[in-house]
Design a protein around this ligand. Structure first.
Ligand SMILES: [Zn+2]
Ligand SMILES: [Zn+2]
Length: 307
């Protein structure tokens, strides 16, 4: 693990994919869905996605209400496991809170329009009118970087997952971490992302696949840490589900010269014992790799050393 520099770090609040799970079988790696906090920005708090890990974190620190006033959410996509923590999230109802959402838009609508629907009476017993926090909606376009504050730079890239799903790179100075939480390999010609089939038709499949890979490798190049989708075991990949396995994650990290791979988005069926098995299988593929590998565990934290 990379250590030191109190000004930039990350904490895993939820590492589970698809849906939350609980029980003795999930005690080690945790059952909350995707939520990661980028730490080290004072009163400004920055989260990647808003799964059930967000609500759990709030519940554990609600006595520190002043720490929930100035929030930024960088959203990969709006599958339920990534946004369900917004349901009944108390700071939304706090008139003294300021909450910014940075998210891609798709042909299904902007994140703002999806947010409005989340608080329609079909989905919530709270109405939109009861939300008193000051909300800001920022549309993120792939490969156009933006700053959350003067220190933290964020850039998105479209990945092979349903609708428009972005992977992200967060950078402070020379240090960077990447999150590719939900993304399938392009093998088997299984193209899932909005607009990607059209690009493949235009370029030809092989040229499109080559371009996609080279852009992804360029995007993650030299990252100090990458949390990558390893939802499936290598021999059980379902290509149209939109997820990867350790073998592919390792190949990408090797090509991108990353320093640490965090296996992420554990399948809800994967009890602790199965995640350990997946790690063992992954380690067997690491023979000529010069980066480290761990499985994401709820509560784990990293702090990045400054250059
Ligand atoms: Zn997911
Ligand atoms: Zn998803």
């Amino acid at each position: 693990m990379i250590l030191r520099n109190p000004q930039f770090g990350l904490k895993l609040l939820g590492v589970r994919g698809s849906r939350p799970v609980s029980g003795q079988e999930f005690q080690i790696y945790g059952g909350q869905t995707t939520t990661i906090e980028l730490t080290g920005f004072g009163d400004t708090r920055v989260f990647l996605d808003a799964g059930t890990g967000l609500l759990n974190s709030y519940q554990n620190s609600k006595h520190q209400s002043n720490r929930w006033k100035n929030l930024h959410f960088v959203i990969t996509h709006t599958h339920w496991d990534h946004v369900i923590g917004l349901n009944q999230f108390p700071p939304l109802f706090d008139e003294n809170a300021s909450i910014s959402f940075h998210a891609p838009t798709s042909e299904n609508g902007t994140f703002e329009s999806l947010f409005e629907r989340l608080f329609s009476s079909e989905h919530s017993y709270f109405s939109r009118d009861q939300i008193k926090a000051k909300l800001h909606f920022n549309v993120i376009k792939p490969r156009i970087p933006f700053q959350i504050n003067e220190k933290l730079r964020v850039e998105g890239i479209q990945v092979n997952h349903q609708a428009v799903t972005l992977g992200y790179k967060f950078s402070v100075g020379t240090k960077s971490v990447c999150f590719i939480t939900d993304s399938a390999p392009l093998s088997n010609k299984c193209i899932l992302g909005q607009g990607m089939q059209e690009a493949s038709d235009l370029l030809g499949y092989e040229a499109f696949e080559g371009l996609y890979h080279s852009q992804m490798i360029d995007f993650i190049n030299g990252a100090d840490l990458i949390a990558y989708d390893t939802h499936f075991f290598d021999d059980k990949v379902k290509p149209d589900w939109g997820h990867s396995s350790p073998k592919y994650a390792i190949e990408i990290c090797k090509a991108g010269n990353v320093k640490e791979l965090v296996m992420f988005h554990h399948a809800p069926e994967d009890e602790d014992v199965l995640i350990k098995k997946k790690i063992e299988e992954a380690e067997a593929l690491m023979l000529d790799c010069n980066f480290s590998l761990v499985a994401a565990r709820e509560g784990d934290e990293w702090t990045l050393a400054s250059a």
